[in-house]
Design a protein around this ligand. Structure first.
Ligand SMILES: CC(C)(COP(=O)(O)OP(=O)(O)OC[C@H]1O[C@@H](n2cnc3c(N)ncnc32)[C@H](O)[C@@H]1OP(=O)(O)O)[C@@H](O)C(=O)NCCC(=O)NCCS
Length: 188
């Protein structure tokens, strides 16, 4: 299923973040895999807080059948961004939660709304699946824009709590320690 990330923008002009007229967000296919690796490596290459293992994480999730959703952003037939979602578990036994990431946009295409379009489409598709929520580790400043918040009831150990953010999608309050898929440990 392909769709234009900026459809909403063209219709009513209400969303300044989505600036690209030729942006398509679609599911990955087998032939995208090498390009997704390239995009991921390039996006994280100069990021100080990165250990440059994100492309291994994407591979490991795919190998494990744990890429619940793998979206590419395509502009003029070029893949310029990628976003992965995978299942997370919560100690209280809650189901239907997903981890957001890694997310990557080619350096030359950043700040044009590609990341925003990927996140919006991904969250929209999670909602359609009946997901209960989405969790991530990332920069609070960026993800707050997308509705993610810190939630003292949900804990991810080993990082300062402000970097662990969640977006509940259902009505139930979930509590407990959150664990991402073991693919996130991949280093090669
Ligand atoms: C983070 C990333 C996916 C955002 O994608 P993008 O297409 O550039 O994002 P958008 O165009 O939708 O949004 C850009 C806005 O977010 C801001 N932004 C981007 N990364 C940010 C960050 N880490 N912290 C705070 N703000 C950030 C930009 O400054 C810009 O702000 P503006 O609209 O006021 O100018 C992209 O920058 C990227 O691939 N970065 C390298 C990999 C990475 O950091 N991944 C996330 C790890 S948690």
């Amino acid at each position: 299923m392909a769709r234009r990330g900026n459809q909403k923008n063209e219709k009513n002009g209400e969303d300044e973040a989505l600036k690209n007229t030729n942006l398509i967000i679609r599911h990955e296919t087998k032939k995208d895999i090498n390009t997704i690796t390239h995009v991921t490596v390039a996006a994280f290459m100069h990021l100080e807080i990165s250990s440059q293992t994100e492309h291994y994480i994407v591979h490991a999730l795919r190998r494990a059948g744990a890429l619940s959703l793998s979206l590419v952003a395509e502009m003029d037939d070029q893949i310029v961004g990628h976003l992965a979602f995978s299942p997370v578990s919560i100690a209280d036994g809650s189901t239907g939660w997903y981890g957001l990431g890694p997310i990557s946009v080619l350096p030359g295409f950043q700040k044009q709304g590609v990341g925003t379009a990927l996140i919006r489409e991904g969250i929209g598709q999670l909602k359609q699946k009946g997901a209960q929520g989405c969790a991530l580790v990332g920069d609070p400043e960026y993800y707050r824009r997308h509705g993610f918040k810190n939630n003292p009831g949900l804990v991810y150990e080993g990082i300062p709590p402000e970097f662990f953010m969640v977006l509940p999608l259902g009505n139930t309050l979930h509590r407990g320690r959150v664990t991402f898929h073991e693919g996130f440990q991949a280093t090669r």
